[in-house]
Design a protein around this ligand. Structure first.
Ligand code: PMP
Length: 407
């Protein structure tokens, strides 16, 4: 194919052109959040300047326009995920809220004593803690699936842990620390043989490669707009029509009801019964703009560009004395979590920041992943489509300088 040139995408993203500490910004914290193209920024401003209204209420022109834009956002998310219909998409604040929604509706209604929830050891805390809280409440068990040394999920252990007690398997589509992309379609098919439901956390996946939820066969899929070049505060839960139809509503309030009396309430149909209150209307409109922007590129070419950057970064970082990268699974997104002998991760991040290079240091909200390697903190460079090999060179040069500086 023609390949993907990041320069055109960079032109769309204003913040990439600001200096930080006197140097051009090198944004390598995309795992935390991505930077926004002007198409998203301008869409948000235009919504408030020309179309702002609450939705599903009032019979005036702006309400109709805002409602149409909100529902166009739902249709765009459904198409982006390969979902059956827009009705399978519930808007949430993000991945965390989407997972909590499933835990508190499906989980509370269906889970009982002795039931088991399997989660992989590489999950983000948002795909662990809601299940832990649910398990405690329902007297169910949360069971971790171990990792291999390369950061992949141990498939034999997974097969052994599955049983007729397994009610849910919760898996990341891509790890935010190790970058691992587990074989979630195969794992889903296996889990379904035991009658378990499968939730896939796509927070780190959707920006990097095309996703088709029907091909994956999962019951639930979640993502956050802000990791997809869109606004913060908006994300989505996909559920199969069967799964969503069987779930009780979650929060009560406006927008999610059909009729309310003091002795009786009837709920709006799916997905509206899961969207109580005024949602992030501009966020939905901005999310659609982000999806439109991302899908205007050749996704396979974008994935090839990011994969080439990953391999280049792996090679170059390996030349820095004392540097070790965590996670070398063959299927991996461009996330480089590393330690540097003799330097605390916070010191590494601070040194890089002084040169305008943004990486994250800490536990990355995935403490079990780091503990697997005997660590409680590491530095992480996480790449996106607008990153370049020159930026990788700047990262490597700065790290080399730090090791050569002595103390
Ligand atoms: N899952 C993964 C794999 C993540 O990387 C993140 C964000 N770092 C989340 C879930 C949580 O996403 P949010 O904070 O947007 O809800």
């Amino acid at each position: 194919g023609p390949g993907f040139a990041p320069e055109a995408a960079r032109q769309d993203v204003p913040i990439l052109h600001r200096p930080v500490n006197g140097r051009p910004l090198v944004w390598l914290d995309n795992g935390a959040t991505t930077q926004k193209p002007r198409q998203v920024i301008e869409t948000l401003a235009a919504f408030y300047a020309t179309a702002n209204s609450n939705i599903h209420r009032g019979a005036h022109t702006l309400a109709r326009e805002a409602t149409d834009m909100y529902e166009a956002g739902r249709a765009a998310v459904a198409a982006f995920l390969g979902a059956e219909s827009p009705g399978t998409v519930v808007f949430t604040r993000g991945t965390t809220e989407a997972i909590n929604l499933v835990a508190q509706t499906w989980g509370r209604a269906d889970l009982g004593p002795g039931d088991e929830i399997l989660v992989s050891t590489l999950e983000h805390h948002s795909n662990i803690v809601p299940w832990q809280m649910l398990a405690k409440e329902r007297r169910a068990r949360l069971v971790p699936i171990p990792l291999r040394d390369d950061g992949g999920i141990d498939q034999r252990a997974f097969a052994d842990l599955l049983s007729c007690r397994t009610r849910l398997v919760a898996l990341s589509h891509a790890s935010n620390v190790l970058g691992t992309v587990p074989p979630v379609a195969e794992m889903t098919a296996l889990a379904h043989r035991y009658g378990a439901k499968v939730l896939i956390d796509g927070a780190q996946a959707v920006a990097h490669f095309p996703v088709d939820v029907q091909e994956l066969g999962c019951d639930f899929y979640t993502f956050s707009g802000h990791k997809l070049y869109g606004p913060t505060g908006i994300g989505a839960l996909y559920g199969t029509p069967e799964a969503l139809a069987a779930m009780p509503p979650w929060q009560g309030g406006g927008n999610m009801i059909d009729s309310v009396g003091f002795d009786r309430v009837t709920f709006a149909p799916v997905p509206h019964c899961f969207e109580a209150g005024t949602g992030d209307i501009s966020g939905v409109v901005g999310l659609k703009a982000a999806i439109d922007w991302l899908t205007s590129f050749d996704r396979q070419a974008v994935a090839a560009h990011e994969s080439a950057l990953l391999h280049y970064a792996q090679q170059q970082l390996a030349t820095v004395p004392g540097l070790e990268i965590l996670g070398s699974a063959p299927e991996k997104i461009a996330v480089l979590t590393f330690t540097l002998a003799g330097h605390d991760p916070a010191e590494v991040a601070g040194w890089l920041d002084r040169q305008g290079i943004a990486v994250r240091a800490g536990h990355h909200c995935a403490q079990p992943s780091l503990r697997h390697y005997g660590l409680d903190s590491a530095a992480r460079a996480s790449l996106a489509l607008y990153n370049t090999s020159e930026e990788v060179d700047q990262l490597v040069a700065a790290l080399r300088q730090l090791t050569e500086r002595g103390d």
